[in-house]
Design a protein around this ligand. Structure first.
Ligand code: NOJ
Length: 564
């Protein structure tokens, strides 16, 4: 095995876990999660098998966009602790083999950031050009948050010009055509790398690079992708293991560009928004087709680049890349009520309630998350099957406190419930029914299942590194694929339908004479086959699947003793 590659390009088979310190564990009982609480849960993350922790924004903030509105890029919000606490978290995580990355939010600042306060004090301020100003607003499309904003431009009364804000009006956009802003961004990145971060989840990358709002923008910065390349090379100079994991919810051709094509010199990783959306369409239709098509449409880039797979993140579950009719199908299946939908394009629910708590389907989805080509990203609480709080405002529905125990506040905090900023989930998905303490002791729990998937994912580097092939000739409800790397192959088979099915599998002819055995074992309620299946002269076999069933199988060459 190419040991050197797998450790240097660690992101190719990482297990990423995203959390917000504020909602993870409150150690000092003030109702707000903190870094000391997180430090005390690093061993929990290590036990789960996490290898990369993604911290959502923890910087000083007025908190009008859950921390994505930053007041000071060089600080820690005092509600969460101080620098010493953060450094302990990074150190303890490292010690347990977990790298830490954090959100890099450089498309905009809070309107209370000192740069913007200075910028709006006068047209002559040295900070004026840190932001994007126009005498007249552009008519440049639908705002990202149409429930609160009607334009991407806001008049600044005092100076009589409009500033650009593609998100909320309290988040003025930074102007990256200004070399001073680019210097500031480099300094911010350098600062956090020096403190021990292993890179960043880069917020809103396409918006960051879009300088069409800047007067003369295309002359000032003719090639915004060259700027992204320069950020990547700066990162590489400062940190040998740093990654840029970018949020790029665009069509495939544009995503290819954000990787830097075959050169792979822009983003290291990108979230696969398109496969995520089509996964839900496949689930709604009980038909693997949409997901298969989405996976096959991934551009082939540099072998060092990587897709990040996810089922849920902290935002709305966006369905914006589906057609209107497809989106309606997903809404009808998984979020028929208006309060479950947001911005006309997404859902505010978590997976288990959308699947009516059906353990077969929930496990099918997580089996896919860990066996589709790429790197899996978990959003905190997914490992125990947390639900959402539909009484919370919009996207806050899925940002409820982590459920550690069945006790008061789900073990998140000892504060009075009225002091918690985000209320806990109640009802069937509340902490009495869904919590870490109970599930850790139960070998049949979702937690134990996901932990087992993590172990197998880490033991089978083909899943992160392998060449992807979809097997043809299977029933439409089934996704059967192989991932091959370094001379070895794993075979993954998933049935989206409730109906059991015998799946004919036609592997590469070159594999004729090999045997096939189960990778997932007793932990998934099954045993290795007493007699491994044999591939016939044409490389074929048949695998039976239950309704919503799945198998992870390893192809064993004659004489290959290693069967896992
Ligand atoms: C994308 C983040 O994921 C989202 O939560 C935030 O509101 C916007 N960027 C603005 O920063």
């Amino acid at each position: 095995m190419k040991i050197t590659d797998t450790s240097d390009l660690w992101w190719k088979n990482a297990v990423v876990y995203c959390l917000d310190v504020e909602t993870y564990l409150d150690w000092n009982g003030d109702g707000v999660g903190d870094f000391v609480g997180l430090a005390n849960r690093i061993d929990y993350l290590a036990e789960l098998g996490v290898t990369c922790l993604w911290l959502m924004p923890f910087y000083p903030t007025p908190d009008r966009d859950d921390g994505y509105d930053i007041l000071d890029f060089y600080g820690v919000d005092p509600r969460l602790g101080h620098f010493g606490d953060l450094v302990e978290v990074i150190r303890i995580a490292r010690d347990r083999g977990i790298r830490v990355i954090a959100d890099l939010v450089i498309n905009h600042t809070s309107d209370r950031h000192p740069w913007f306060r200075a910028a709006r004090s006068s047209r002559d301020s040295p900070y004026r050009d840190y932001y994007v100003w126009r005498d007249e607003p552009l008519d440049d499309g639908e705002p990202v948050f149409p429930d609160q904003e009607s334009s991407n431009w806001e008049l600044d009364e005092k100076t009589g010009q409009y500033y650009q804000h593609v998100f909320y009006k309290h988040q003025p956009d930074l102007n990256i055509t200004n070399p001073l802003v680019r210097d500031e961004i480099a300094k911010i990145m350098g600062f956090w790398l020096q403190l021990g971060l292993s890179g960043f989840r880069v917020d809103a990358v396409p918006f960051l690079l879009d300088e069409s709002g800047v007067v003369g923008g295309s002359e000032l910065l003719p090639d915004p992708h060259a700027y992204l390349r320069s950020l990547r090379s700066f990162l590489g100079r400062r940190s040998g293991d740093g990654v840029l994991l970018g949020e790029v919810n665009l069509e495939r051709a544009e995503q290819e560009q954000f990787f830097g094509g075959a050169e792979g010199d822009e983003l290291t990783m990108q979230f696969d928004f398109i496969s995520m959306q089509n996964l839900y369409l496949s689930l709604a239709r009980q038909d693997a087709g949409p997901l298969v098509e989405a996976l096959l449409s991934r551009p082939v880039g540099s072998p060092d680049s990587q897709w990040a797979n996810f089922v849920r993140n902290h935002d709305e579950l966006t369905l914006d890349k589906l057609s209107d009719a497809e989106r309606e199908e997903v809404f009808a299946a998984f979020g028929p009520e208006e309060r479950m939908q947001v911005y006309g394009r997404g859902l505010v629910r978590r997976l288990p309630p959308m699947l009516d708590g059906d353990p077969r389907r929930i496990r099918l989805v997580y089996s896919l998350l860990f066996s589709m080509p790429g790197t899996p990203v978990l959003f905190y609480g997914e490992e125990i099957g947390m639900g959402e709080n539909l009484d919370a405002e919009g996207r806050m529905a899925v940002r409820t406190p982590m459920q550690w125990t069945s006790g008061p506040n789900g073990g998140f905090s000892t504060a009075r419930p009225s002091r918690l900023r985000n209320a806990l989930v109640s009802g069937g998905y509340g902490p009495e029914h869904v919590n870490v303490e109970t599930q850790r002791r139960d070998p049949d729990s979702l937690y134990s299942f996901i932990r087992m998937l993590v172990q197998h994912y880490r033991n089978a580097p083909e899943l992160g590194w392998g060449e992807f092939t979809v097997l043809e000739g299977t029933p439409s409800s089934v996704l059967a694929h192989t991932l091959s790397w370094d001379g070895r192959t794993v075979l993954l088979v998933h049935n989206f339908s409730a109906t059991p099915v015998d799946v004919p599998l036609a592997l590469d002819r070159e594999l004729a004479g090999c045997r096939v055995n189960r990778l997932l074992g007793a932990e998934a309620g099954r045993q290795p086959f007493a007699d491994p299946l044999s591939l016939d002269d044409a490389g074929r076999t048949t695998v039976p699947l239950e309704g919503y069933g799945f198998e992870w199988l390893r192809v064993i060459a004659p004489g290959d003793e290693l069967q896992y």
